[in-house]
Design a protein around this ligand. Structure first.
Ligand code: ADP
Ligand code: MG
Length: 350
């Protein structure tokens, strides 16, 4: 049986007191000093075992990493800078101290990477699955937060990085592929088929189990003032773009040939490749698969060059994939053949 006190002291030992933290873990509440002239950004995510993650698929370090990563991604999608986090966990009755240590490793490694201080949380027990709730506090310059609602007809649509890798990773995991303790690809399907590029399988599963939030990219995009609207791709491109459309009151058209597919998807989606084809092919994964945690944003029609400069400056691919248009529908342009897409599915009209 693990004692709550032991967990809190383990967390407290690890927590770094960053600039701006006046009182951290150990008191009734944390006290932090906001930067001058900054506005506060607050968000949280609740990760539930069996719904958002599975302990059979994910080592505890990656479960901890992802629980914090998804919330850091929300701050990035506002164009903000994450500063502090609070982590609440409700442990299963059979949770071991080793599991908790490893879960904390994942959380603290990611927090340190982005200079985020863990300033508190809560520890409890669950009568069922494991729960992890992460709260992140961030900042942006006054009036600089990038909302979902600012896109206008004529704006271009951009996405950072690549799409479909996480959905491919999920598909592999569902088919029995695993990452074993030594970081190698394993699992009955992988071994019996003897096929599949190991590196691509590994990358796809890691993309799903331990996504890297676009923290620096979100901050730079926000500070540049270039984005008229922004969201992170958590539910899938079609669904998240629909959220931007809905909040901004316009439609959008995206071009098939511009979609930046994940390398792992390109490598593994060879003709006749079983599970990807069964699942609707690479395009379906890139368009409707979720959890890539890339940033999807719009910018004025003259912003193309500036976005190119930004992309070079931060060293990350940013692809222009379409534009905002009149109306409320999401159009998909495949070399001149235009279809309406409903979020997560096709509807043929031409
Ligand atoms: P209270 O009874 O007032 O809720 P706790 O004993 O739960 O106090 O918490 C003591 C301190 O430990 C607080 O600073 C709290 O934020 C911190 N804490 C508790 N659990 C966690 C956790 N899982 N992660 C980070 N900090 C935690
Ligand atoms: Mg408490």
């Amino acid at each position: 049986m693990i004692k709550e006190f032991d967990i809190i002291s383990a967390v407290r030992k690890r927590a770094r007191i960053n600039k701006g933290v006046l009182i951290g873990i150990g008191d009734d509440a944390a006290v932090v000093e906001p930067s001058a002239d900054a506005q506060l950004i607050a968000c949280c995510d609740l990760s539930v075992e069996g719904i958002h993650f599975r302990c059979e698929w994910s080592p505890p370090e990656l479960t901890g990493h992802k629980a914090l990563a998804v919330t850091l991604s929300d701050v990035a999608a506002m164009g903000g800078r994450p500063r502090h986090a609070m982590v609440s966990i409700a442990l299963r009755r059979d949770t071991t101290p080793d599991f908790v240590e490893r879960l904390l490793d994942g959380i603290f490694d990611l927090a340190e990477r982005f200079n985020v201080s863990i300033i508190g949380g809560d520890t409890s027990k669950s009568s069922g699955p494991l729960f992890i709730d992460t709260v992140v506090l961030g900042e942006c310059d006054r009036g600089a937060a990038v909302a979902r609602s600012g896109a206008r007809v004529g704006d271009l649509v951009f996405v950072t990085g690549t799409l479909g890798g996480s959905a491919l990773g999920l598909l592999l995991l569902q088919h029995g592929y695993r990452i074993d303790a030594s970081g190698r690809v394993a699992g009955s399907d992988y071994e019996s088929s003897g096929s599949g590029d190991e590196r691509a399988c590994f990358e796809a599963m890691m993309r799903h189990l331990a996504p890297t939030p676009r923290v620096n990219e979100g901050r730079v995009i926000g500070e540049s003032g270039i984005a008229t609207s922004m969201i992170d791709v958590s539910d899938g491109l079609s669904t998240d773009l629909s959220h931007l459309m809905q909040e901004s009151g316009c439609g959008a058209v995206i071009r098939r040939q511009s979609l930046p597919l994940a390398d792992s998807l390109r490598v593994l989606a060879t003709p006749g490749s079983g599970i990807i084809e069964q699942d609707g092919g690479p395009l379906r994964l890139a368009l409707h698969g979720g959890e890539d945690y890339e940033l999807l944003f719009t910018a004025g029609p003259s912003a193309l060059e500036q976005v190119g400069e930004l992309s070079r400056e931060i060293g990350i691919q940013i692809t222009e994939i379409g534009a905002m248009v009149d109306g409320r529908a999401l159009f998909f342009d495949d070399r001149g053949m235009v279809e309406v897409i409903s979020p997560s599915g096709y509807e043929h009209i031409i």
